[in-house]
Write a protein that binds this ligand. Structure first.
Ligand code: NAI
Length: 505
């Protein structure tokens, strides 16, 4: 299937943040574009705004002046919807309201040619519902851009029950021709990104609620150990808690209250208080003039260690051994079950059990659990927790060892799965369920999370790196600890593990 020819007229309806961005993208790709908004003057104002933005690109030397002019010449603000009759593709980015959008689609269906593609940029409404009752529901499809549309690569091409598959193929190629990174998604709550990303926020909120550590420490761990661009608290402060909480509630409701998606009382309280994040000057952090962001808490050990024993294969944590060796530590390797012994302390990668529980079950003394890192060679910070019997001396020995590797160490309370491991396991779990339920392919889901929300690695690829069996074990242990269906492992993980297959097969 070919992309739409650049001679095809693209109509964008709604000249707000998204509509203006989408119109710019289409015009930059060479299409004639008509931009319409029912607020008089809004379309012209949006085109003027785009012109200004392009002007800044010209100043920076990123765009030629004549290219800017050509883009602006292709962008036509219009004041009457009737002028969109000759559009080949209409993308609506109006208010997020099912009835209003359905009304607009009915109007467009009567106005435009039979083969005109009617695309919606909705981020939460069902494409199937939007198309219901139309004469040509097969012409309706989701084309979900991310904000800001000119900068964000991802576009989810969302098919409803009636959507004609060739349409999805055509828009996929068109989005590619527009320089975007498209993925196919089936119209289900949250599509790919807004569904799979839920645990990123939810696990941090839960950790905060249960007193794992403070916001700054948890954020720093997701950044400096997990490799995420931002931690969940700074990110939700940026998104706005009203918006982020509303998306969570809408996905939770759409899944009939599945506890996987349960909203957080901690976030609700912020919304109730009007602490919406950056835009209101206060969220998890204070953004008032002169307010200081609290620093992440770091444990410091006064001890120095020169030697440790590695027992067996540390699995995903193995690169830490190379890092310790590079930092001059004397290492003895012997058989065992994947532990590090230093002084009186035993260190192990978390497997989703509480440290105290694992210590008792495995007969380990002074057990210090270590969190997952995206890359143990380059991480600058790592979380640890320890069993109740751990002496201060043993804990300091463990901290000294990690310090020796050049890591800053953060203490978290004895909760299952620490911070990064638990977040990644739950992201992978949600991604696996989305694959199982045919929302998207494993490759598209991983791609969507990298291109749409800048994750450092696709959740499914990450689970494969940790090991599908290990990821399952973490989830099983989380579920056992909490006794909640929220942590139930996806059947897909269970099946792939039993088959010895890969998630991307
Ligand atoms: P916005 O409020 O900035 O802009 C909406 C525009 O649509 C306004 O200019 C309004 O005058 C116009 N409008 C409203 N009803 C109209 C109608 N019946 N006919 C013509 N124009 C109408 O909203 P925003 O943020 O641009 O969102 C638009 C759509 O994009 C929504 O469906 C939203 O869910 C979706 N979306 C938003 C994202 C975001 O981060 N803001 C990201 C991805 C999708």
């Amino acid at each position: 299937m070919n992309a739409l020819d650049t001679s095809a007229l693209v109509a964008v309806i709604g000249a707000g943040a998204m509509g203006a961005g989408i119109a710019q993208v289409a015009a930059q790709a060479g299409h004639p574009v008509k931009l319409y908004d029912n607020r008089p003057g809004a379309a012209a104002q949006a085109v003027a705004g785009i012109d200004q933005q392009l002007g800044r690109l010209v100043e920076k030397g990123k765009l030629q002046a004549d290219a800017r002019q050509a883009i602006i010449d292709r962008l036509q603000p219009v004041e009457a919807i009737e002028t969109l009759a000759d559009a080949r593709l209409v993308i609506e980015a109006i208010v997020e309201n099912l009835q209003v959008k359905q009304g607009l689609l009915r109007q467009l269906e009567a106005l435009c040619a039979e083969d005109c593609i009617l695309a919606s940029n909705t981020s939460s409404l069902s494409i199937t519902s939007l198309a219901a009752g139309l004469k040509r529901p097969q012409q309706v499809i989701g084309m979900h851009f991310f904000n800001p549309a000119p900068l964000m690569a991802l576009v989810e091409i969302v098919s409803g029950l009636a959507t004609e598959p060739t349409l999805a193929a055509c828009l996929y190629e068109t989005a590619k021709a527009w320089g975007k990174q498209p993925v196919h998604a089936r119209s289900t709550p949250g599509f790919i990104v807004n569904r799979v990303a839920r645990p990123f926020y939810a696990e941090s909120l839960r950790l905060l609620q249960e007193g794992a550590a403070d916001c700054a420490t948890l954020d720093a761990l997701l950044r400096d150990a997990g490799g995420f661009r931002m931690g969940a608290f700074e990110l939700t402060d940026l998104i706005g808690h009203d918006v982020n909480y509303a998306v969570t509630c809408s996905v939770f409701d759409a899944f009939y209250g599945d506890f996987r998606f349960q909203p957080s009382l901690v976030q609700k309280e912020l919304v109730d208080a009007g602490r919406l994040g950056r835009k209101s000057g206060h969220g998890f952090y204070n953004y008032a003039e002169g307010a200081q962001r609290p620093p992440a808490a770091t444990l410091h050990s006064p001890l120095a260690v020169e030697h440790c024993v590695i027992e067996g294969d540390l699995g995903v944590m193995q690169p830490l051994v190379e890092r310790l060796r590079d930092n001059g530590l004397d290492i003895t390797q012997r058989d065992g079950r994947g532990l590090i012994q230093v002084g009186d302390a035993t260190l192990a990668l978390s497997d989703g059990r509480l440290a105290s529980q694992r210590a008792r079950e495995e007969g380990l003394r002074n057990l210090v659990l270590v969190d997952l890192a995206l890359d143990y060679r380059s991480a600058s910070r790592i979380a640890i927790s320890w069993s109740a019997d751990t002496t201060l001396e043993a804990r300091d020995q463990a901290v000294a060892l990690l310090q020796r590797a050049g890591l800053q160490v953060a203490a978290v309370a004895d909760l299952p799965g620490l911070v990064v491991l638990r977040t990644v396991a739950m992201l992978a779990n949600e991604a696996a369920d989305a694959v199982l339920q045919g929302v998207g392919s494993a490759a598209d889901i991983d791609l969507a999370m990298r291109a749409g929300v800048n994750y450092p690695r696709g959740p499914l690829a990450w689970a494969e790196q940790i090991g599908i069996g290990y990821t399952l074990r973490v989830l099983d242990n989380l579920q056992r600890s909490y006794g909640e269906s929220r942590y139930r492992p996806s059947l897909l993980l269970r099946r792939k593990e039993a088959q010895g297959a890969r998630l991307h097969d």
